[in-house]
Design a protein around this ligand. Structure first.
Ligand code: CA2
Length: 143
């Protein structure tokens, strides 16, 4: 069975609790539930994780080497700052989808740069929380 790792960065555990006008009212647990349902339908194994710590995300990316067949990452604020995540992702030779609930390019200027995009096969953004399910379908096709 193909294994897909879904990684979520800092503050995404707050989804549904604040800023619903930007991120909607679904929680990260709701999103995890949809992803597991879709995984069941597609016949893949999904490992869904969140961390507020850059180093922990780097470690999980390193562990994906030889273990995961594909990766979806919403690196949240680390998207715009993290050379460490960029370097870690660059070592993977599996398809990577960069995902955002909002469209960072339509927001503040500091969100316009992405350190993830140069190492991603695809970018999905601005489609709300349902973007996770779309990313899973897209990644499945790439496997
Ligand atoms: O749109 C996205 O998915 C983002 O990756 C979300 C990040 C933001 O820094 C990126 O520019 C775009 C922020 C995630 C924080 O989510 C919160 C949710 C509720 C309350 C506070 C933060």
């Amino acid at each position: 069975m193909k294994k897909i790792l879904i990684l979520n960065g800092p503050n995404l555990n707050m989804l549904g609790l604040r800023e619903p006008e930007i991120y909607g009212s679904d929680t990260l647990d709701d999103i995890k539930g949809w992803c597991l349902e879709k995984a069941n339908e597609l016949g893949v194994d999904v490992d869904f994780r969140q961390s507020n710590h850059e180093g922990e995300l780097v470690t999980w990316i390193q562990q994906a080497r030889g273990d995961a067949d594909g990766l979806i990452i919403n690196a949240a604020a680390y998207t715009h700052t993290s050379v460490a995540l960029h370097d870690a992702l660059k070592t993977l030779d599996i398809p990577i989808i960069e995902l955002h609930i909002s469209d960072p390019e339509k927001r503040e200027k500091f969100r316009h740069i992405s350190y993830i995009q140069p190492v991603a096969s695809e970018v999905i953004k601005g489609l709300g929380a349902k973007g996770y399910v779309l990313a899973l379908e897209k990644l499945f096709k790439l496997l």
